[in-house]
Structure formats: C-alpha cells, structure tokens
Design a protein around this ligand. Structure first.
Ligand code: 3HC
Length: 286
C-alpha cells in the first residue's frame, strides 16, 4: 500500500461542488492534483469555482494571493481518465449513483498503480459495494467531505467490510494533512452524519408543510434555539434539494419508513427548485 509519505499527487474524480472543493484543499495543502471530469465544461466550471473560493480566503486575509495562485497552478484539470495514472491517492466525488460509482472504481482499478488507495466521497452509498467493483477492496475507504469543503473542518471516515486497517490510518492522516478532523463510521447507510441530518432536514420541511411555523421561524428556531449555523430549510437549500432527496431515498430504501423523504422536497425537485444552485429552493437567491 502507498503510504501518505509517498503521496505527492492526488487524483480527484468529478469537478462538481465536492470534487472541486477537495481538489482545492489538496492543492492548498501542497499536493499536486489531477482533477478529472467527463466534459471540458465541467472541468472549466470546477477550476472557476476553485479560483472563486480561493479569492474569498484572500479577501479575508487567510491566504496570500501568491498562495492562492500557487494552489491553482497545482491543479491539472482534465477529461483524460489515464491522467489519473499519476495519482498516489484518489478521491472519487461523482454523482450519487451506485452504477456510476462502480464503473468509476472499475476504471480507477485499471488505471491506477498497484497499492494506490481509492477513496469515495459517497454520502450514503455502501463503501463495500463500491469496493467490490475493484480487485483491491482492501484499499477502498470512504472519505466523506462536508459542503462547502474548503470551509468545513470535518471529514467522515467510513470503513468498508474489507478496508485494511493501514488504509484507515492513511485516510485519517490524509484528511489531517488537509487541515481536517475526522471521525470514523461503519459502512451503514448514511453513516453518522446523513443518517441523522437527513431526517432532521425532512422533519423541518414537514413542519413547514404542516403549518407549524413560517419557514424563517423554523430556521430561526433551530439556529437560535439549538446553536446550529443553519436551520433545516436553509441548509437544504445550501446542500441542494436534489442531493437531499437522493440521500433520503437511499436511506428510506435501506432503513424503512422513518426515513421517508418529505413530500415538499420531492415536489420542489420535480419543479427544478434545487436550492441555492438553481436560484430558488425554500428561499430565493441572486
Ligand atoms: N469557499 C467556498 N464557499 C465558501 C467559502 C469559501 N472559501 N467561504 C464561505 N463560503 C460560502 C458559504 O456556503 C456561503 O455561500 P454563499 O455566499 O453562496 O451564500 C457563503 O460562502 C457564506 O459566507 P460567509 O463568509 O458568510 O460564511 P459563514 O461564516 O456564514 O459560514 C458556512 C458559512 C460555513 C457555510 C456556515 O453557514 C455553516 O457552517 N453552515 C452549515 C454547513 C453545513 O452544515 N454543511 C454540511 C452539510 S451536510 C454535507 O455536506 C454532507 C452531504 O453528504 C450532504
């Protein structure tokens, strides 16, 4: 197995919100990064998001312009799958569909060198099932980053049925090398975070739908009343209602009725109101 001390280049599969965030924190922390997506326009959007996010840190004096520029230079965006062959550790962050993830892992297993650890950023899917698409299930681990990745301190480390203990240690060390803190979860649906967060969000949506309070009062009630940074409706918009629906449906399928997604989440996704990213969810955004 490739130890963290041997990791110079990090591969990131997927240049979306999570992928570009992971690529950014890896680059800021001195790794060379290969960020791969299937279309040039996705890669370009990912690179722009990295530059935008870094400029926020520069504005807040948390990074110098030179450090931000150097981080951008360390990210190589590409559509070429074979470019991932140079990676010493890979994090996958493509859409939350098991078939797609399994295809990506089969490809990574073929392209990446022997001993390279393959991590998945899945939020609810089984690490064990994803790992079974490879001939190296012992080197597959879950590294579940939180959105927005450059800002959120925590990374959930998920241990699959076959994940080797040394791989778990390396995954912890890797997350720490990105300035993150970890906690460990077994490979059970939703792990710790989404198993608890998704019913919380869905209950907030139901409370709104059932007229318990105005949406802003539900969010204020939870932020002021329990000291969380965002209330459930605001957080749903931040995460993306499509992401909330997908995660909730997986949990519902695996764990039964107490995880049933709120009707209003589904109706809004059907209407294309996905939250901040589409300009409208429970609230409206510029
Ligand atoms: N890079 C990218 N985004 C940044 C950023 C940076 N450097 N700095 C701030 N942000 C984002 C915020 O998301 C928000 O976006 P907007 O401008 O588009 O509205 C905005 O910038 C707010 O900026 P602020 O400087 O005012 O930041 P705050 O101090 O208000 O903190 C926050 C923002 C950290 C997002 C805080 O509100 C928070 O902690 N919210 C809860 C987030 C959370 O719970 N995330 C986990 C979601 S669950 C998850 O990811 C799991 C998945 O599987 C579903």
């Amino acid at each position: 197995m490739r130890e963290l001390s041997e990791v110079e280049t990090v591969g990131v599969v997927g240049a979306g919100t999570m992928g570009n965030g992971i690529a950014q924190v890896a680059a800021v922390n001195g790794y060379d990064v290969v960020m791969r997506d299937v279309e040039e326009s996705f890669v370009d959007r990912g690179m722009e998001a990295i530059e935008d996010s870094l400029s926020r840190f520069v504005r807040k004096d948390e990074l110098s312009q030179q450090e931000a520029d150097a981080a951008v230079d360390r990210v190589y965006g590409t559509t070429d799958l074979d470019a991932l062959s140079t990676a010493d550790l890979v994090v996958e962050a493509v859409i939350e569909e098991m078939d797609v993830k399994r295809d990506v892992f089969a490809d990574l297993d073929r392209v990446c060198e022997e001993g390279v650890v393959l991590a998945t950023n899945t939020s609810t899917l089984s690490i064990t099932t994803i790992a079974a698409a490879t001939d190296r299930p012992e080197l597959v681990v879950g590294l579940h980053f939180m959105n927005p990745v450059p800002v959120m301190k925590g990374v959930e480390l998920v241990v699959g049925e076959k994940t080797d203990e040394a791989v778990v240690d390396t995954a912890h060390e890797f997350a720490e090398s990105l300035g993150k803190e970890t906690w460990e979860a077994d490979d059970k649906p939703g792990f710790v975070t989404n198993r608890i967060l998704m019913p919380w969000i869905n209950e907030g949506v139901r409370a709104y739908d059932e007229g318990v309070a105005a949406k802003s009062d539900i969010d204020r009630g939870m932020t002021l009343g329990t000291n969380v940074p965002m209330g459930p409706l605001e957080l749903a918009d931040h995460i993306g209602l499509d992401v909330v629906l997908d995660a909730s449906e997986t949990l519902h399928e695996e764990l039964g009725d107490r995880y049933k997604p709120a009707y209003l989440v589904k109706r809004k996704v059907d209407a294309g109101d996905l939250g901040k990213k589409s300009g409208k969810g429970f609230y409206e955004y510029d």
